[in-house]
Each structure stands twice: as C-alpha cells, then as structure tokens.
Design a protein around this ligand. Structure first.
Ligand SMILES: C[S@@+](CC[C@H](N)C(=O)[O-])C[C@H]1O[C@@H](n2cnc3c(N)ncnc32)[C@H](O)[C@@H]1O
Length: 192
C-alpha cells in the first residue's frame, strides 16, 4: 500500500493522534531541516515520523557515525517505518518519554529534535510535558523544530505552544508560512 493511503487509513482510525489528513510535503520537510548540519557523534531524534515524510529528508544528513532515533506512538506506523527504513531505529513510544528513551540508548545530548507531532491540538498537559522534556534533552545546545498549521496560529492551542516554546528555549523563531503543504504550516524553532 502507498504511504498516502496508509496514512489516511491511520487518520481515519486515530484522528486525534494522527491529526493530519495527509503526510507533510517535501517543501515542509526541507523547511523543518533548514540549517541543520550533523557531524559524526551527533544524534538526531524525530517525533511522530508517521509514514516517514521527514525521515526521508533526514536520511541524507545521516553520515557515518550519526545516530537517528524515531519515536512513534502508533504501532502500525512503527511496523511500516521499520520496513521502509531498515537501517534506522524506531521506538514504539511517546515523545513525552524522550529522556528515558535516549538514556536507555546512551544518547546524552541530541543535536536536533524534529517533530511531526500535532502539538498545538494535543491535550495541554501532554504538550507541556513534551516541550519541557525536549528542552531538558537539548540542554547545552541543540535545535527543536516543530511545525504548526497556519490555521491553528490564532487558536488557544497554537498560542499556548508558542508561549511554551518561548519560555522553554533560549531562542524561539517562527518561519514564513510554508504554502506548499496541505494545510500550509509554519516551522517553529527552539534553540538552547
Ligand atoms: C501529523 S502526523 C505527522 C506524520 C509525519 N511526521 C508527517 O509530517 O507526515 C502525527 C504523528 O505523530 C504521532 N504521535 C502522536 N502522538 C505522539 C506521541 N505522544 N509520541 C510519538 N508520536 C506521536 C502520530 O501517530 C502520527 O504519526
């Protein structure tokens, strides 16, 4: 089955958790990764890889000695990802547990966390837990990238996400809207 049909099938089954009607575009994937360079010894973490739209764009950055860990809560997506990207490591779990997941793998300070999670539409307690755990995991340097659909910008979830990121990270940035995505989205950046 193609990635698009598989993704839509999972959206129909778990609309609240998948929270997007289609996988992200390559244009959004490029915007999410803009300026991220990885060197041997670095690690990159992906939250909510789904059917791998961002994973495919991350792959060329994974030079020898760079570690990748994808954290995905939907078991069907995890099975699919392991088939599509057999060289990469996918953990079936929640991004809220990122610190434990990294500690279990001996990863101390990832260089970047790329998130495909629907953070703006998640329950607030989970949003807070994920933003704070990510900031701690990136302490001392590292980038957090999170996309958020343009239509969420004025709503409480979108405003809350920006306020949380502003408070949790030393620097916070918002990209121009990425129009070639369904729906259009901003990339929020947090740096420690
Ligand atoms: C909007 S989809 C994005 C998929 C893909 N990254 C993309 O951009 O096309 C959100 C993904 O986050 C996953 N997800 C939701 N809550 C999660 C959590 N707490 N931890 C890890 N993954 C989660 C969903 O299962 C789904 O695959």
């Amino acid at each position: 089955m193609g990635a698009l049909l598989f993704f839509i099938g999972q959206f129909v089954r778990h609309p609240g958790r998948v929270a997007a009607i289609a996988p992200s575009s390559q244009r959004l994937a490029s915007a999410m990764l803009e300026g991220i360079a990885l060197a041997p010894g670095d690690a990159i973490v992906e939250y909510g890889p789904g059917t791998g739209s961002f994973t495919r764009a991350i792959q060329p950055l994974l030079k020898e000695g760079v570690r990748y860990v994808g954290i995905e809560r939907n078991d069907s997506f995890v099975t699919y990802l392991r088939q599509q990207f057999p060289a990469l490591e996918f953990v079936a779990g929640s991004a809220a547990d990122v610190e434990t997941i990294l500690a279990e793998r001996g990863i101390r300070r990832p260089r970047a966390v790329i998130s495909g999670l629907p953070l703006a539409s998640m329950p607030r307690a989970l949003r807070v837990a994920i933003v704070e755990a990510t900031s701690r995991a990136l302490a001392g340097g590292g980038e957090f990238r999170q996309f958020s659909y343009v239509h969420f910008y004025p709503f409480p979830g979108g405003r809350d996400l920006r306020a949380l990121m502003r408070g949790a990270f030393t620097e916070f940035t918002v990209s121009r809207p990425v129009l070639r995505n369904v729906p259009p989205a901003f990339v929020y950046g947090g740096r420690n």
